[in-house]
Ligand binder design. Structure first.
Ligand code: V47
Ligand code: SF4
Length: 374
């Protein structure tokens, strides 16, 4: 590996790129300016080599996945994010609102199946407060005490906590008592105000998203982080986003993984923008891996990008491809993802990973190893 890296370094002609690459190999943190330069000037091959170097130093040849399913209690939402293909208003065609019993029935369908995680996110329903969702978590735990509940984006959390008149810390503590184990990464979108104000100006602000995750970490609730890329943002906005996450992770260490989410363009009010090509996905994974030196994991969400790009991403800094999903999310199929009924059996996931010469590892949400497929 060392000789390969040295060969690549020796062949870089641009002195700035050579200097930054040397820093990466020496495990030195790169600055926002250097991150921007990588985005603007580095070729895909160099980015892949550097990101893969870091990824293999951290995780060797392992690729993580988990057995999970999603519950989306409702797509009714008080907000109108421009990229959202999923949102509906009360009584609008296509709106859904599951009852508590419907939701518990979905959990019971997994009786006897070896899933370890349920991922619960949905729209911000105007009538539902923290206790409604808390009781849901409590009832799920009664059916399946061992199931890890990763639930509610910061946007849903802000609304339900305020509706129930708690402070953020009190609300998160209360939800933890009800059964919340961790928080997913959604709602981050793009933190830079110039872009956030154009694509989702109504919902939780950047500072609120960051404050909710910071408070959760302090309360012992780990979380994930995302970025929604490939629309009207530019590289400076992406680096700004990564920098804010890196600073927060320095303070708390509470993020498990970073998940870049590719903007999918069907059926929303930004459709005319179209989508970025696969090469941009790979560049974005690689720079994310290089920049976020304090994040253990970079995840490619195969439902959002498709199985083939997810496989390629494993050579560009990614060490995790999420889970079995079991056809339980609609966010991406409604936004134009190829797979209209996303599901992968454990055998399929293992095969996808083995096809690119890596070793599949089933993990739980907190990255404890469940089984290695060596
Ligand atoms: O916040 C909405 C995104 C997110 C579109 O934490 C879109 O493990 C692309 O955060 N094109 C919710 N993306 C999903 C999410 C997530 C997914 C998988 C794993 C985890 C995790 C979290 O979906 C939203 C938004 O950024 N989204 N519409 C769209 N048209
Ligand atoms: Fe609502 Fe989330 Fe869609 Fe925004 S992205 S409109 S907050 S469901």
């Amino acid at each position: 590996m060392f000789t390969h890296i040295q060969y690549i370094l020796d062949s870089i002609k641009d002195s700035e790129l050579k200097r930054i690459s040397q820093k990466v190999i020496d495990s030195q943190r790169i600055t926002p300016e250097e991150g921007l330069l990588l985005f603007e000037k580095a070729e895909l091959g160099l980015l892949g080599t550097l990101a893969n170097y870091i990824r293999e130093k951290r995780h060797g040849n392992y690729v993580y996945f988990n057995r999970n399913f999603h519950i989306e209690p409702t797509n009714i939402c008080i907000y109108n994010c421009k990229f959202c293909s999923y949102v509906r208003k009360i009584n609008q065609p296509g709106a859904w609102e599951y009852s508590l019993e419907d939701i518990l029935q979905k959990v019971r369908e997994y009786d006897g199946k070896a899933v370890t995680e349920v991922h619960i996110v949905g729209g911000v329903h105007p009538k539902r407060d923290l206790h409604y969702y808390g009781n849901m978590l409590q009832d799920i735990k009664k059916i399946r005490p061992d199931l890890h509940i990763k639930a509610f984006t910061a946007v849903e959390l802000e609304f339900m906590i305020k509706k129930s008149k708690f402070t953020l810390a009190e609300g998160l503590r209360k939800l933890k008592e009800y059964g919340l184990d961790s928080i997913p990464g959604g709602g981050a979108e793009i933190f830079h105000p110039d872009i956030r104000s154009q694509i989702c100006d109504e919902k939780s602000s950047t500072n609120m998203w960051l404050e909710i995750h910071e408070t959760a970490h302090k309360e012992g609730i780990p979380s994930n982080a995302t970025i929604l890329y490939g629309h009207i943002e530019n590289y400076e906005h992406r680096i700004d986003h990564l920098e804010r996450l890196r600073q927060l992770q320095d303070r708390t260490g509470g993020f498990n993984t970073f998940i870049p989410l590719k903007y999918r363009s069907a059926n929303n009010t930004m459709t005319e923008i179209g989508e970025v090509p696969a090469i941009e996905d790979l560049r974005n994974y690689a720079v994310s891996r290089i920049y976020l030196d304090n994040f253990s994991h970079i995840k490619a969400y195969w439902v959002g990008i498709g199985k083939q790009i997810a496989q390629l991403a494993l050579a560009y800094g990614v060490d995790d491809i999420d889970g079995t999903i079991d056809d339980s999310t609609k966010i991406y199929s409604m936004a134009g993802a190829e797979d209209k009924n996303p599901t992968l059996s454990t055998e399929n996931l293992v095969q996808l990973i083995k096809q690119v010469g890596r070793i599949p590892v089933e993990r739980d949400t907190l990255y404890n190893v469940v089984k290695k497929y060596e």
